[in-house]
Design a binder for this molecule. Structure first.
Ligand SMILES: [Fe+2]
Length: 226
């Protein structure tokens, strides 16, 4: 397997490149528009053909590269069935499998950060989007966010994965790159709650500022421009 964790420092976004073998087909998760040339160069260097590009949810903090990648590589764009984004050609639901050259990603519907948030399980690792971050969780105060839905996604889905499952989030702002389900269960301050009500109270008290790019990024990501 070819696996790369790529970083956009402007938005703190991780993008993941997955392929079965050099010379084969590839998939990107959460690509950032400003990094388009870097992805195309890396795909070229590794002699990979991009066949699918996935957004874990509609992003509010950066321009997605899905539309641009589709234009440049004719890849299939993938998001959850709940999304309002126009650029999607394949919509997945809970339990659907995305297959690229023998690498299988299972879609897990994990709403809460947004109502179109998905995580993707691939063997020993899960791509947790903005549902589960390293020592944090995605905010739930806009884009149809819902702390009760997120509690359910976390405690009844992601935290039920084997403790050794590697956690690769969509963002990190502190320099952490990977964690495990067991580590997050023990040390993530957001997960030290006893009930959905307690979790919702914690999330509703965060009072976070609006993302700087939200007013331009959300409309652009909906219509596939940027
Ligand atoms: Fe997000």
């Amino acid at each position: 397997m070819i696996f790369r964790q790529l970083f956009d420092s402007a938005s703190g976004t991780y993008t993941y490149l997955i392929a079965g073998r050099a010379g084969g087909e590839a998939l990107l998760i959460d690509p950032v528009l400003e990094k388009l040339d870097r992805y195309l160069k890396l795909l070229d260097e590794l002699e990979l053909k991009l066949v699918k590009a996935v957004d874990t949810h509609l992003h509010a903090d950066h321009f997605s590269a899905l539309a641009a990648l589709q234009q440049r590589t004719h890849c299939v764009n993938v998001m959850g069935s709940q999304t309002a984004a126009d650029v999607v050609s394949l919509r997945v639901d809970e339990g659907d499998i995305i297959d690229v050259d023998g690498q299988r990603l299972e879609a897990i519907y994990t709403p809460g950060h947004t109502d179109d948030s998905y995580s993707f399980l691939m063997g020993d690792r899960v791509f947790s989007g903005d549902t589960l971050l390293i020592r944090g969780t995605g905010r739930t105060d806009f884009q149809n966010g819902d702390p009760y839905a997120q509690y359910d996604s976390l405690f009844n889905k992601l935290l039920r994965l084997p403790a050794e499952t590697l956690v690769f989030p969509a963002h990190d702002y502190k320099g952490d790159t990977v964690s495990t389900i067991g580590e997050e269960r023990a040390f993530n301050p957001r997960l030290q709650v006893d009930s959905a009500d307690e979790y919702a109270e914690l999330m509703n008290k965060l009072n976070l500022p609006r993302p700087a790019m939200m007013d331009v990024a959300v409309p652009a990501n909906l219509r596939g421009a940027g």
